[in-house]
Structures are given as structure tokens and as C-alpha cells.
Design a protein around this ligand. Structure first.
Ligand SMILES: NC(=O)c1ccc[n+]([C@@H]2O[C@H](COP(=O)([O-])OP(=O)(O)OC[C@H]3O[C@@H](n4cnc5c(N)ncnc54)[C@H](O)[C@@H]3O)[C@@H](O)[C@H]2O)c1
Length: 343
């Protein structure tokens, strides 16, 4: 396995990446732990052996299960079983499981250690690393949460084989993003090295900005339009996965950067090549409503004043403020529109 350190002082930990990494669980449990609460979903079906007394806690599927009711149910289950602060929560699953279990671990007894066993490509390169945990409320996604760093993260590339193809595809959107955050040549690496390279970049960004004061915003490259497309798609019956929306968002970000004179045609072509090589969509769906998308982007919680985007440029990807609405509109109109909508 490849070991990637996440350097955060006394909250530092390691991410173990590679085939069979899930079998290293006992090795990474905090010292002296006597019991492990294993939080997972039925569909995940990845067996782990904590090597200490353990009990499984199942949660539901999808964004709807990522809610406060699930956190309460988990905490009540932990309490009935008698979990203490000297024990550990082990999250086995994708981003939904690591976000919910991580938040339950942060809140239960005001904090018990958590170890993430990430089982989707998206969780391995993104969600399980960095300590952001949380749940949705009806008013919005990820609005309630906590920073709670795991004690370790295991990214077993073997378990990705059972992942439904579209879930894999969704993770590829994040891989495509990392290609522009310093991971050139990513597509040529074997899978475990590819995941490890992305983890290294995420770890470096988190180390520099643990609580999202600034630099961590770079991880949102391609995400401003992606979030708007996901929100628009929800009310229009699209079946658009997060990673697919990120593919479209990356192309938009490249075209906007070119319009603002930040990058040249060749760099736009680089973006198209990466997005296409991962088989991700690059065009807006045909029934996308440009004005609605602009309004949704203005509301994105990452946009503090006016239009703020993360854009490529001579110094690499950086936060760019005060982008004009007209430039955003022209860029959306300049984008290709796909032959059919994702349904
Ligand atoms: N905390 C963060 O920093 C962060 C970052 C990015 C995304 N996220 C969150 O992550 C979530 C998305 O995560 P996701 O894409 O992993 O989705 P997910 O957790 O819903 O997993 C996708 C599906 O795959 C199934 N699955 C998981 N592992 C499997 C396996 N090995 N074999 C077969 N099926 C498996 C799951 O049961 C689920 O049905 C979102 O809620 C998002 O907000 C969090």
C-alpha cells in the first residue's frame, strides 16, 4: 500500500491506498481501543475486521439518509451498546457514510475517534479526507456539520470493482478536477497511484487550510456550475451524477477563464481532452435554462460577493472575484449543448 500523510499537528493521520488496504484496519485503530462501531450500508457489502469487539450499524441509502435523524439513530444505537470515548467509529462506505458517521463521531460524547474505510472512488479521492463531516437539512445540502479529522483513512482500490459503473464515473469527475490542481499525467498512472496522487493533493490543500479559510476553495474547481446544474436537474428530472456535472463545470470554467484573458485556446483544449478521456460530458444539456443557472450560481454558498469563481490562469488555479454576469452568460451561451438531457 501507498501511505500518504495528512500533516495537521496533533490531528495528523495517514491515508493508506492500494489493493487490500481494508485489511490494515487493526493496525490503524487508535491505541487502546476496545470496541468498534462499524457504520455502513447494506449495498456496500465490504467486510472489515476491526480485530476488537465490534457491532454493525446500518444506515439508509443516498442523500435522504444523510440527515439529522440518521445521526440521532446512530448515536442512540451507540449509547445502547455502551460505546465510549475510548472506542472508535469505523465508517465503511462512500461519501454519504463517511459524512454521516464522521458527524455522529464528532458529536457523540463530544467526539469519539473515527476511521474511514472509503469504498467509492469519490470518497477515496475526496470525501473521506480532510475532516469535513455533515448532513443535509431540507433548507440545503451539508448545512449542518463539524470539522472532525479521522484517525486514519483506508482506500482499498480492490473494493472499487464492485462499484456500479455510474458511481465509478462520478468519481472520475473529481479525478478530472485534480488534473488541473497539480496532478498532470494522472490518466497514465495505475489506479492505486492515481488515487494516491489525488489524496496527496487534497492532503496538501487541507494542511494549508484545515478550516476552509481560503486555499481549500480551490477544491471547488469546476463546482460552481456543477452545483447549479445539480440543483436545476433536481427540479427538471435529470439523472445527472455529481462527477458528470463537474465535467461540464470544468469546461465552463476553462471557457470563462479564456473569455477573461486568463488562459489561451491550448489550455481550453487541455480541459476538453481530460474531460473526454474520462468519458465525462462536456456540453450543457439541451433543456438547460441559462438564466436559471446564473441565478443558482449567484446563490452558491461559496460565492460571498457577486460572482466568485475558481479559475485557471498563469499562476495556476485561483479564486477570482467580481466576475461580471454578462461574461458568465456569454460563456454559458458559448458552450455546446448535448443531443439529449440526462434522464
Ligand atoms: N466531506 C467532504 O469533504 C465531501 C467531499 C465530497 C463529497 N462529499 C459527499 O459525498 C457524498 C457522495 O459520496 P459518494 O459519491 O461516495 O456516494 P454514496 O456514498 O451515496 O455511494 C454511492 C453508492 O454506492 C454504493 N457503494 C459504496 N461503495 C460500494 C462498493 N464498494 N460496492 C458497491 N456499492 C458501493 C453506496 O451504497 C451508494 O448506493 C455526497 O453526500 C457529498 O456531499 C463530501
Amino acid at each position: 500500500v501507498i501511505r500518504v500523510p495528512v500533516a495537521l499537528g496533533e490531528r495528523s493521520y495517514e491515508v493508506l491506498v492500494g489493493p487490500g488496504a481494508r485489511h490494515r484496519l487493526l493496525e490503524v485503530l487508535p491505541p487502546g481501543v476496545s470496541r468498534a462501531a462499524v457504520v455502513t450500508q447494506k449495498a456496500v457489502d465490504v467486510a472489515v475486521d476491526p480485530g476488537v469487539e465490534w457491532k454493525q450499524f446500518l444506515i439508509g441509502e443516498g442523500e435522504r439518509a444523510k440527515c439529522l435523524a440518521t445521526v440521532e439513530e446512530l448515536c442512540r444505537g451507540f449509547a445502547r451498546w455502551g460505546l465510549t470515548r475510548a472506542d472508535v467509529v469505523v465508517a465503511v462506505g462512500g461519501g454519504v457514510v463517511t459524512d454521516v458517521a464522521g458527524f455522529a463521531a464528532a458529536a457523540y460524547h463530544r467526539g469519539v475517534p473515527v476511521v474511514h474505510v472509503a469504498t467509492t472512488l469519490l470518497a477515496q479521492v475526496d470525501a473521506a479526507i480532510g475532516g469535513k463531516t455533515g448532513v443535509n437539512i431540507p433548507e440545503g445540502k451539508n448545512l449542518v456539520g463539524a470539522f472532525w479529522q479521522p484517525a486514519a483513512v483506508l482506500c482499498d482500490t480492490e473494493v472499487l470493482e464492485s462499484l456500479p459503473p455510474r458511481e465509478y464515473q462520478s468519481g472520475l469527475g473529481e479525478l478530472a478536477k485534480y488534473s488541473f490542481l497539480g496532478a498532470e499525467g494522472l490518466a497514465d498512472l495505475p489506479l492505486a497511484e492515481r488515487v494516491a496522487r489525488c489524496v496527496e493533493i487534497k492532503a496538501a490543500v487541507v494542511t494549508a487550510d484545515e478550516r476552509e479559510g481560503g486555499g481549500r476553495a480551490l477544491l471547488n474547481y469546476g463546482h460552481t456550475l456543477a452545483h447549479a446544474l445539480e440543483a436545476f436537474g433536481l427540479t427538471n428530472g435529470w439523472d445527472l451524477r455529481h462527477g458528470e456535472a463537474v465535467g461540464i463545470g470544468l469546461i465552463f470554467a476553462a471557457l470563462l477563464a479564456r473569455r477573461l484573458g486568463r488562459i489561451d485556446d491550448e489550455r481550453v483544449t487541455d480541459h476538453r481532452r481530460v474531460v473526454e478521456c474520462y468519458g465525462l460530458p462536456a456540453d450543457l444539456p439541451p433543456d438547460a435554462d441559462v438564466e436559471r443557472l446564473i441565478d443558482l450560481m449567484a446563490r452558491d454558498k461559496k460565492a460571498t460577493t457577486g460572482f466568485t469563481f475558481v479559475l485557471d490562469g498563469a499562476r495556476g488555479v485561483e479564486v477570482v472575484r467580481d466576475v461580471q454576469r454578462s461574461d458568465v452568460r456569454e460563456t454559458l451561451l458559448e458552450m455546446g449543448q448535448g443531443a439529449s438531457s440526462p434522464r
